[in-house]
Design a protein around this ligand. Structure first.
Ligand code: FAD
Length: 308
């Protein structure tokens, strides 16, 4: 307990009291509305604070976990020990000619809206992706034929030692829903997107169309983490799940969406365990029926609930 109290004070020394929460329920910070508590949820307001927190975690040998907007994550019911950081207080978006520089905690939706405002084309695909800039780079987010890789020029990251690095897009090995960010343990601080001069009405028409498609096809009325599985080569995950008769299948409060089979929704106060059990059930059923392995797109982090 003394150890934990000391750690709280050390974190407060870096980010000040209003930017650290103890025993914070992570269901308040994830789109699925699932997850136990974080020992400390830290929300730095400068790049230097991010560096210092990483260095503190290294020095004290304390576990460090990064969250974005929590839209591609399932946090287990036992929560996350140590320091959990999100960059939701670093949200500046600036335009310079045909480039947009966005801090990592900005929502990629807002970057896409800024592009529209500046009549810049290239980020229309991102207008409905509810992640942060950092989370979007991490998994090379994409939709409707576009992806981050098409528009990212460069990025500033903090490495595992807490040092700042300036990288080109090519340095991140972006490909379908992956990058080398997890392997390198980079924390994205900001990204520069290179766009093209466009036409306001045309950009808006594309964004309106994509928004309409999303709203009519996706179960946005329930908490979820978007598409649970990656697209298996030669197939569509949603179609395989649908053809396996799994739509509507429910474990506890988690349900395979009736509107879009690729989504699992938190219909009624699901636990993370119920959600995870349902993911495994879907994987097994599709494998048995079609001999196709569904790889998860969504990340599962944290600890199981300890039975006391
Ligand atoms: C309704 C809905 C629709 C969706 N539609 C799409 C879609 O069309 N296309 C698509 O690609 N995705 C989609 N998603 C999934 C999700 O929005 C994206 O994967 C998004 O990029 C995740 O960003 P995030 O900030 O929420 O990351 P989180 O879910 O918080 O984190 C995901 C991973 O990114 C890492 N990360 C977060 N921030 C940083 C950072 N600053 N530096 C380094 N690593 C970081 C985290 O450590 C974690 O490992 C959808 C989700 C929902 C709920």
């Amino acid at each position: 307990m003394i150890y934990l109290t000391n750690m709280y004070e050390k974190i407060v020394d870096i980010v000040s009291e209003e930017n650290v929460m103890s025993k914070e329920p992570l269901k308040n910070h994830t789109y699925t509305r699932l997850g136990g508590v974080a020992d400390y949820l830290v929300t730095p307001t400068t790049y230097e604070q991010v560096q210092k927190v990483v260095k503190l975690a290294n020095k004290e040998n304390i576990k460090f976990t990064l969250l974005g907007n929590g839209s591609n994550l399932i946090v287990k019911d036992g929560g996350i020990r140590g320091i959990v950081m999100n960059l939701n207080k670093l949200t500046t978006i600036l335009t310079d000619d045909k480039k947009i520089v966005a801090q990592s905690g900005a929502r990629i939706i807002d970057v896409s809206r800024e592009a529209l405002k500046q009549t810049l084309t290239g980020l229309e695909f991102a207008c409905g992706i509810p992640g942060s800039v950092g989370g979007a780079l991490y998994m090379n987010a994409g939709a409707y034929g576009g992806e981050i890789k098409d528009v990212l020029e460069s990025t500033i990251v903090v490495d595992q030692d807490g040092e700042l690095l300036s990288l080109k897009a090519e340095d991140l090995d972006l490909s379908y829903r992956t990058s080398n960010i997890p392997d390198n343990g980079y924390i994205v601080l900001e990204a520069t997107f290179a766009l093209q001069e466009g036409n306001y009405e045309e950009i808006k028409a594309v964004m309106d169309d994509l928004t309409f498609k999303r709203e009519s096809k996706q179960p946005l009325e329930y908490p979820s983490c978007g598409s649970v599985f990656k697209r298996p080569p030669g197939y569509f995950a949603g179609k395989l799940i649908q053809d396996s008769g799994l739509q509507g299948t429910q474990i506890g409060g988690a349900q395979v969406s009736l509107k879009h089979a690729g989504f699992i929704v938190n219909k009624n106060e699901a636990t993370a365990q119920e959600y995870i059990d349902l993911i495994k059930h879907v994987q097994k059923t599709v494998k048995d029926k079609f001999d196709v392995s569904l790889e998860r797109e969504v990340r599962i982090i944290g600890e199981d609930l300890q039975n006391s």
